[in-house]
Design a protein around this ligand. Structure first.
Ligand code: FIX
Ligand code: ZN
Length: 419
């Protein structure tokens, strides 16, 4: 084939892949968004976009306010300080800053004048229900998985009271306090009528399971979920490992649910920064291997925060079919790292992976998180299919569509259903 013919063949392939990747609806399997029934817990709008903890961390590189003074300010003032520091006084080059601009741009707003007041005026006129549908449409997100914690005092009463579910929102039962702070959690469970104490005896573990069962049913949870620090080990003689083995995993087997592990987060490296103060540290994937090997009847959805864990995680997924790798989480969700991870995953695991979740905390973020990731995924897939084409294998449009469906939720759904 001449160089011109091969360029034109690649251009045709690129257009097909880009179109499919841009238009395929995605199931966003991990976010911090809420069903609108949770009212104020569903964050949206320009001020929330600006006070996102990713931007708070970046703004403090420039601000000289004492931390407490910043946190004591009204949210609108915090947003102004961040806007000035990151958008007006410097060019907004970081991924999180660019994300705000992509979102505004796709919402049809003009940020070129750097006029925060005008942007606020537009958001003030929006209605949350319509805005929700608009953001989901723009991001082409079909369904959103929430992060639901019975330990959250604002969230719990809404579940207890009951509400009519929006079927675009799916629940995931988050259990960090149960596994990471058993002593405090035991007291709270005691207050809610579960017969538990500090010692993890057999009856106490059975009460912990009763708690998990009650909340799984109440939320209709799709999976259970925890984030774990770099020093997490399994097996181990401590409350966390015992609760995993004797409560969470049997519960997941009973209810046929996967257990999601988010590995390698170092909480409160700088506590004064609040949510923005968490860091990263290498996770011990030997412990994950031990879990996958010891509990073949359980299914593990796993993402890891450190870039350095990604290769080993892919190799583990080749060894254990009860392991499903997902997402470019948080500090890895920057184009350079997300692209590298996506290539590595496709090259090592193929299509039985869920390459991205948004982790959106503010509704509008869905727009940029998915727009930016779709660009990355299209680039990676074009290269992969072009490689196949050079090997004499021409993917059909239907095959490309099938593959993208898998990457955007199909493979995840199948993984959840097995068992
Ligand atoms: O633990 C998590 O689910 C993390 O995603 C959050 O804790 C974190 O604050 C975040 O928003 C990262 O994207
Ligand atoms: Zn998260």
């Amino acid at each position: 084939m001449t160089a011109a013919a091969s360029d034109s063949k690649r251009a045709t392939l690129a257009r097909r892949v880009e179109k499919i990747v841009a238009n395929t609806p995605v199931f966003d399997i991990h976010t911090h968004l809420y069903d609108p029934a949770f009212e104020r817990l569903l964050l949206w709008g320009i001020d929330e976009l600006l006070v996102y903890h990713y931007l708070v961390a970046e703004a403090f590189r420039h601000l000289d306010h004492p931390y407490e003074q910043f946190w004591a300010l009204p949210r609108t003032r915090q947003a102004e300080l961040i806007w000035n520091a990151l958008f007006v006084e410097h060019s907004p080059l970081s991924e999180a800053c660019r994300g705000v601009l992509t979102t505004l741009n796709l919402l049809g707003l003009d940020a070129r004048k750097r006029d925060l007041t005008a942007l606020r005026r537009w958001f003030a006129k929006q209605n949350v229900e319509k805005h929700l549908t608009r953001c989901l449409d723009l991001a082409k997100v079909g369904r959103v998985c929430m992060t639901n914690s019975p330990f959250d005092d604002l969230e719990r009463p809404v579940w207890e009271k009951g509400f009519r579910r929006d079927d675009r929102f799916v629940a995931a039962l988050r259990v960090d306090p149960l596994l990471l702070a058993w002593n405090d959690t035991a007291q709270r469970l005691g207050g809610w009528g579960y017969q538990v104490g500090a010692l993890l005896t057999v009856p106490v573990l059975s009460e912990a399971r009763r708690f998990l069962a009650d909340w799984t049913k109440r939320m209709q949870a799709k999976y259970l979920m925890v984030s774990l620090p770099p020093d997490f080990r399994f097996p181990e003689i401590n409350d966390c490992a015992r609760l995993i083995e004797k409560a969470v995993l049997p519960h997941c087997r009973e209810f046929g649910l996967p257990f999601a592990l988010m590995l390698g987060v170092k909480r409160a490296v700088n506590p004064a920064l609040g949510l923005a103060g968490d860091g990263v540290g290498l996770a011990d994937l030997q412990s994950l291997q031990n879990l996958c090997a010891a509990f073949p009847e359980n299914r593990f959805l796993v993402t890891a925060l450190p870039r350095e864990n990604q290769h080993e995680l892919c190799v583990l997924a080749r060894k254990f079919r009860n392991l499903h790798v997902f997402g470019c989480w948080w500090f890895t969700n920057v184009p350079q790292v997300a692209e590298e991870m996506t290539r590595m995953r496709l090259e090592l695991i193929g299509l039985s992976v869920t390459p991205q979740h948004s982790d959106a905390r503010v509704l509008d973020q869905l727009v940029y998180k998915w727009n930016h990731f779709r660009e990355i995924l299209a680039r990676v897939l074009i290269d992969q299919y072009a490689g196949l084409s050079r090997a004499g294998w021409e993917p059909t449009t239907a095959e490309i569509q099938r593959d993208v469906n898998d990457l955007f939720g199909g493979a995840f759904e199948r993984f959840c259903q097995v068992g």
